[in-house]
Design a protein around this ligand. Structure first.
Ligand SMILES: NC(=O)CC[C@H](N)C(=O)O
Length: 375
């Protein structure tokens, strides 16, 4: 196999030479690492990774190929892909193509042969901007560093409208499962498994674009409203915060995941902040502070809610008492919020677990209980 050179350039000027992987060319983005040992297809197609170059700490990527069933959205969203050792062949009974096929056909610029352990240790000092360059995009390093430094920052980025669907669609419960509730899910970058997990439990889910107003959402007379995961800085999501406040004012039950948790935090009047290097992986320990039970959970977040951990606090925006319901045991980051005077709760991690362990699936049942309780 001929090796086509590629270079990864960090904004601090450090460089890594490797081989081109996927499409040739140039890509810029925020570089982040993911510690999942499995689930590369779900990671690549998670819209929350829009504008991010993803480094996989698992050394061998592509072993099981890709298929049409495990995509979490309509396309690959990562801005670039950094791996140590791409599998030379895909071997799985469900594989329809190789990962390389999809990276090339979707124009995703990647790099392989990188010491991802060394790179991850650098990124643990703090995430930064980076670029991958190959083919005609190669140039003297100083020029490449300049291109990386001219790239956009994730802080302040409003990205949900770039990944949301243009038109609403409905996910019905499967045959044989009775419909017990109707939820409007606002797509801020939703993963396919989320409405699926709701539908399996009898929820009819209308997924709607991020641009919908509160009037449009509430006109559907839903039993509950859901805000999804999604890319970008929650501090730049003014419109979503406004829509959610109208939902809370109307006392309609609410559940949020990841970006949705950050939007609930903001709607309640708390701030959000950027984590030094984020949580991205499928084996992070989270404690449910109501039961003391620890769950192993899937994460993908670079920002977090700044709410007091001790005792219940009072929402600075006037929505009553709020409890930090879940916390990450690695670093005490807020991983869940529960309103004690309103039918609303959210988690920062991913109970839909695609990919990931299913420890947190009970949260979808909790959403149903909250909707029943509000009737
Ligand atoms: N997966 C998500 O919803 C991510 C939320 C937000 N973009 C963050 O990085 O924290």
């Amino acid at each position: 196999m001929t090796r086509t050179p590629a270079i990864l350039v960090l904004e601090d000027g450090r460089t890594f030479e490797g081989a081109a992987y996927g499409a040739l060319g140039q890509t810029l983005g925020e570089i982040v690492f993911n510690t999942g040992m499995t689930g590369y297809q779900e990671t690549l197609t998670d819209p929350s990774y829009h504008r991010q170059i993803v480094v996989m700490t698992a050394p061998h990527i592509g072993n099981t190929g890709v298929n049409d069933e495990d995509n979490e959205s309509r396309q690959i969203w990562v801005a670039g892909y950094v791996v140590r050792d791409p599998s030379r062949r895909a071997s799985n009974w469900r594989a329809q193509r190789t990962l390389d096929d999809d990276l090339v056909s979707q124009g995703i610029v990647g790099i392989s042969g990188i010491d991802t352990r060394q790179l991850t240790r650098i990124l643990r000092e703090g995430v930064m901007r980076a670029g991958i360059f190959s083919g005609d995009a190669l140039a003297p390093v100083q020029e490449l560093v300049e291109r990386v430094r001219s790239g956009e920052q994730m802080t302040g980025a409003h990205l949900a409208d770039e990944v949301t669907i243009p038109d609403e669609y409905v996910v019905e419960p499967p045959a044989g499962v009775a419909t017990i509730a109707h939820v409007v899910a606002v797509d801020l970058g939703i993963k396919a498994m989320t409405p699926e997990m709701m539908a399996q439990r009898g929820i009819r889910v209308t997924v709607v674009p991020s641009t919908w107003t509160a009037d449009q959402v509430l006109a559907k007379k839903p039993d509950g409203v859901f805000f999804s995961n999604g890319p970008g800085d929650p501090a730049a999501a003014e419109r979503a915060v406004g829509v959610l406040r109208s939902v809370l004012d109307a006392q309609v039950p609410f559940f949020g995941i990841c970006f949705g948790n950050q939007i609930l935090g903001r709607a309640l009047g708390y701030g959000t902040y950027k984590l030094p290097f984020g949580h991205r992986g499928i084996n992070l320990p989270v404690m449910d502070r109501t039961t003391g039970k620890v769950e192993i959970t899937a994460h993908n977040h670079g920002f977090a809610v700044d709410a007091p951990l001790d005792g219940d606090s009072v929402s600075p925006a006037g929505y009553g008492r709020v409890k930090v319901s879940h916390v990450c045991l690695n670093d005490d980051v807020v991983e869940g919020l529960e309103c004690l005077d309103l039918p609303a709760f959210s988690v920062q991690y991913h109970p839909e677990a695609a990919a990931g362990p299913h420890d947190a699936a009970y949260l979808f049942d909790r959403f149903i209980s909250v909707m029943k309780g509000a009737r």
